[in-house]
Design a protein around this ligand. Sequence first.
Ligand code: ADP
Ligand code: MG
Length: 826
Amino acid sequence: MTINFGIDLGTTNSAIAKFEHGKVTVFRNPIGQKQTLPSVVALRKERRLVGEKARELLLQAPDLVAASFKRKMGTTDTYQVAGQTYSPVELSAFVLQELKSFVHSGEQFDATIVTIPASFDTIQSNATKEAGYKAGFKEVVLLQEPIAASLAYANQEERGEFEDGKWLVYDLGGGTFDVALVSIEDGEMRILDHEGDNFLGGTDFDREIVEQLVLPYLESMGSFENLLEESRSLDGKYNQLYQSLLLKAENAKVELSVAKVSEIEFTTTDDRGEEIDGFLSITRAQFESILEPFFSKTIGMIGEMFQRNRLSAEEVKFVLMVGGSTYIPYIREEVAKRLRIAVNTEVDPTTAVSVGAAYYAGTKPLQQGNPDEMVGQKAEIQVKMAYLKATQEEKEYFAARFEGPIEGLNYRITRLDGGFDTGLKPVSAKVSEVLPLVKDTYNQFSLKVFDEHNNPVDLNLGTIGITHGKYAVVGQPLPQDICLEVDDVENETTVLEVVFEKNAILPLKKTITKQMTRTIAKGSADRLTISVVEGPGIALPAANQTIGFISISGEDLNRDLVRGSDVEIILEMSESRDLKISAYLLMTDQEYENVFTPSERKVDLFKLKLELNSLAHKVRHEIEDAEDQGNYENAQKMVDLEFDILGLLDRAKKLKDKDTTDEKFQIEDGKRKLAQQVDALTRDKYIIAVKNDYFQEKRDMEAVIETYEAIPEDLRRYDDLLSEEKVILATSSSLRIKDLIKQIQRLKFSIRWKSRRYIRELFASLVYGRFGSFTDQLKAEMLIEQGNKAIEEDNDSQLRVVINQLFELLPPARRTEFYRGGTGIG
Ligand code: ADP
Ligand code: MG
């Protein structure tokens, strides 16, 4: 059994579709027969309205209505609807429930695909899943919208032969913009990369029409004070007018997609109570100049993606247009012009995502009951079947495994249209057949089992359904790096280590072994922290979002967790973005495990301002540095970034703590993007520095090998490390180079540590106070005595123990090698 239902939970519009017998149908709203449902919720006289009715109510009673809540998915922000408080998750659940009622057959279903923007982070994704559970679904599988749109395109009914190649999905809806680079090779579809902005879409155009054209017009017609503020603010004098103007602006905008001019008409009274009859024409040219900056932003993002992938326009076949805003002629024309790639408008921009979701649902097995393969139910005999549910091949390989008393049994596979029959064949533990398929349809086969008397054995196997000519996706890519926060002992700070790279295909699993950077004593209050964050690995840990966290206190330990001992960490992320972290402490033989589905993010205005401030400082510093280096090009670019950062800071400063717009999140989003650009501009500089460090480290290592007579095994390990040098230096990834440096350092330490000469030198420098004085002089003296004795007796292992203990007696500031604070692993 497959999931079959697919839902596009859009910012502005949602839709539901079903896959059945190789075909997809989009359900219609029983009220009004439309294929889409406005994602708007209202409460009126205790009655809940979802969709068109709720949207209309925006005009008369905006305080009873909530809209665009997808933009705040994953935040702690709430909506006031008719005096009651709702979270974005709850409101989304209402929309999902309403969509359920579109399925007129009355068919019960409790599993569905729900689509999300490709740029949704783990928190937003989990919030979406939670909305699904709240709406009563037992199983919710997430699918990225550009994949859905691509599936809708690739699986179109009338589409002819399909060539391998790459294309872009350009999805500009009401609230979000998403672009994805898709490839099809040998019938397999992949998302290679994506970019997006969760705060760019049609509603922004509506707002700008009102704020740039209508409000100035209104001001010229009457007397108003603080018109903009009184309009925007929920309890403002002109908020109701503003809301209705937004709707009128949207209608005008839609009309401008077919007409050259459109009108907005309204009546209101000004501050003095004078009546104003508003009548305003808007030309297509006016609208286009409003659109331009938003549009340019989308082209800029595509440019970045092209650069990142070293891609040229000629390599991309077309741009698939998705989302209601791509009806705008300007967008269609300009995309083609600026990118020099043909636009493709073959799919219905408002239903493509739900259609693709349903195709995906048709290949996705239900989790409850029987997983991937269907399982026979007769107690003694177990049957598992495996086959592809969608294929481009004309024959499909089918396999089944039988367990239990199978002697004397026969099986027979027939195609339900009668075009294929295996005849009776003896059952063995493993059975395989090649099933011929009818082109471009849904093929059904039955597998039946008979006993020695030719009586059917009731195994309840269901049918084998294979769709020919449909595309399936290889897997969903991870939208952002997932990183582990580790100590950078030398610099007494923490840095990120990338565990899963952006665009890796989900689900993912990785085991990493880290060493303790300090000793955590049993019973102490000190802690080992395993912190997993989402965001670019090159960024500072604080710039990213924590999505999972295990904290192990000394009080939990059954013995000391000694510096240098191994911690094994297993990270797993499911296709629907559940994160599982397990940690195993080898030293204490203790295991920790936790599953994280974070679904809320807080944007703290205070912290946001602090971060913007420090980002501004950092950029200033980098600008001066670049100028000193004579790198004026970078300096200029960073001056532009500084301008943007200060602009955001300015906006943040103007915000009130209780601001209800999504500006806070927009600023936060903008901040992260700017920080990434600063990182990108300064990265080369740091990579050169890191490469220098690396060569220094190598020279140092060679000296150590000479001086301390490395043993053959360590020399071999060093050779192994050097064999990776070329590849790693070529990646220009400072993280990977740093990692190589770390490995050399570790090896260097281990070579020295084995050398009698070195430990005696180290002991001497401790004794002569080169590291500073000890915190407990008496204990230190006793240890020094023990150390001297160990030297006399040539007892190296005893001397090592003494050195370790002496180090623990150094004052923290002197103990750079024994850095405390931070996570505890590195
Ligand atoms: P979402 O994916 O955000 O739910 P849609 O893809 O349904 O949104 O697109 C909705 C947006 O498209 C709205 O802002 C709407 O005003 C806009 N839109 C719909 N039709 C047109 C049109 N013909 N011309 C211009 N904009 C349109
Ligand atoms: Mg959409």
